[in-house]
Design a protein around this ligand. Structure first.
Ligand SMILES: Cc1cc2nc3c(=O)[nH]c(=O)nc-3n(C[C@H](O)[C@H](O)[C@H](O)COP(=O)(O)OP(=O)(O)OC[C@H]3O[C@@H](n4cnc5c(N)ncnc54)[C@H](O)[C@@H]3O)c2cc1C
Length: 466
């Protein structure tokens, strides 16, 4: 595959429903000019950047807070966090089962419980701060519609139960006819139910950024970082020069909360964190349609799945739609442009509820808004959270692989702890597969998404020859 240009956020983007009404923080600049120095520079004002700022504030007395600047290329929360599915859905079985095989029971438990705990962590934050973001805990119905997928889920659950992994005890499993009854999804082969949450991510992140600004953190939107280099005449407090078209900031600590775009500034992560374009829609049923109370995951094949929440106003947010664009790698893999929809995929959402949900066949559902967003897919499926290898004072918190809502808040806490105490990754609450160890940093492997796509393509070719 030809090498693409470094992934910087594009100037234009499609409009996500979540950002129809933006807050004053959206275009905030705390000071007219950039400060020439800061203790800590956080790059990126999405869920990760905001959460890192939050946890840094938590770790200091107000008067002792170091000088912190957040630099954001576009508007606040205009990346993946402002255009996702609003689904805070921990994965209680598939990742844990694969980790169980490679790392053993303790790491599998940590991976599974790290995600599960984030529902409560975010709920506590929302309650404590009184954040108006429609946060609601829900039961998720994780539905599998193909037999091989169901068999794998059954095998995963058996392995996790035998290993006594906590999340496997907190879910219910249904198969075949029972699965159709429990989920209401036509053709369901299995349905796993467990606790998750839905929310309005833009409202959450904006609130956290507003609070950070009120604590004296300097937020600068519309300020793309073009490079991070050794400062001239570097000292202990000014090791790095963070360069932007509006000037440079010298600092001792740089934190990349840049997710899909990280390799533009940290080229070592090229091929390790790759921008992947995803698609989401808002559907509006008429008042006489059935009302869904739960959230959903719909697994159609190993590569094709949708996720879905219901909003308090009855509208439905659905993400996925890979059926109509997955085959064409150029539409989604290594794509950092969220200003366009995938060609032809928009129609996927028309008739979606009627196709899949029993009792919806005669309902009227309007596709109200469709948008794209850029996810940071890591080569092995786990985020990179920790020190940047070989660059003292630099940290990364990125690569959430389309699954950041149940991973970011506590990853950000781990980063804030490392930055403020000098603790290493093994000394903080951070699952081993997330670590930026030299071994993982230098390991060259074919990206997991490319491997899966190649298998899909090969299978298709085989089928075509039959
Ligand atoms: C379409 C879509 C649907 C999704 N659905 C879900 C879901 O339902 N559930 C779930 O768990 N996850 C979902 N995700 C993934 C989730 O949104 C992400 O994992 C999460 O938002 C990542 O947060 P972040 O802060 O790391 O990245 P982002 O929100 O992308 O923030 C990174 C920020 O860094 C800025 N930036 C990048 N480079 C620079 C630079 N050079 N200079 C300055 N600023 C820079 C960007 O502009 C951006 O604002 C979805 C993602 C997409 C795109």
């Amino acid at each position: 595959m030809p090498s693409k240009a470094a992934p910087f956020p594009t100037a234009q983007s499609t409009s996500p429903y979540w950002r129809n009404d933006v807050k004053p923080i959206d275009a905030h600049r705390s000071t007219k000019c950039l400060p020439s120095r800061a203790d800590i520079v956080i790059i990126g004002a999405g869920y990760a950047g905001a959460s890192i700022a939050h946890h840094l504030i938590e770790r200091y007395d107000e008067k002792a807070l170091p000088s912190i600047v957040i630099l954001e290329a576009r508007e606040a929360c205009s990346g993946a966090s402002g255009r996702n599915g609003g689904h805070l859905k921990p994965d209680p079985f598939s990742r844990a089962a694969s980790v169980l095989k490679t790392y053993g029971k303790d790491v599998a438990e940590h991976v599974a419980s790290f995600e599960a705990r984030q529902v409560k962590e975010v709920r506590d934050l929302v309650d404590l701060e009184g954040i108006d973001c429609d946060f609601e805990e829900v039961t998720v119905r994780d539905v599998c519609l193909y037999p091989a997928g169901r068999d794998k889920i059954e095998a995963d659950l058996t392995a996790l139960t035998e290993a006594d992994i906590s999340t496997a005890k907190e879910l219910e499993y249904h198969s075949n006819m029972d699965a159709e009854d429990v989920s209401g999804v036509k053709g369901a082969k299995s349905c796993v139910t467990f606790n998750a949450a839905r929310l309005w991510p833009y409202q959450l992140v904006s609130h956290v950024l507003e609070k950070a600004v009120s604590h004296g953190i300097n937020l600068q939107t519309h300020t793309p970082v073009t490079s991070v280099k050794h400062a001239q005449g570097a000292t202990v407090t000014s090791i790095w020069a963070v360069n932007t078209p509006r000037g440079s900031i010298e600092c001792s600590t740089v934190i990349y909360a840049t997710n899909a775009y990280t390799s533009a500034l940290v080229p070592e992560l090229k091929d390790k964190i790759v921008p992947v374009r995803g698609m989401v829609a808002r559907l509006v049923p008429t008042d006489d349609a059935p009302r869904l109370t739960d959230s959903y995951m719909m697994r159609f094949s190993d590569y094709e799945y949708d996720y879905m929440i219901t909003r308090p106003d009855g509208s439905i947010i659905v993400g996925g739609a890979k059926r109509d664009f997955y085959e064409d790698l150029n539409q989604w893999y290594d794509v950092s442009d969220d200003s366009r929809l995938m060609m032809g995929a928009e129609r996927y959402f028309n008739g979606y509820m009627q196709r899949h949900f029993a009792g919806w066949e005669d309902c009227d559902v309007r596709t109200d808004q469709v948008w794209t967003g850029i996810m940071g897919y890591s080569n092995d499926g786990f985020p990179y959270v920790g020190p940047v290898c070989g660059k003292p004072g630099q940290y990364v918190c990125a690569g959430f692989t389309g699954h950041g809502m149940p991973q970011i808040f506590l990853s950000a806490k781990a980063i804030a702890t490392m930055v403020t105490t000098g603790a290493s990754a093994v000394e903080v609450d951070l699952p081993l597969p997330y670590h930026t160890s030299p071994a993982r940093w230098s390991l060259q492997r074919v990206h997991a998404s490319l491997q899966q796509w190649q298998a899909f393509s090969d299978g298709k070719a085989t089928r075509a020859r039959l």
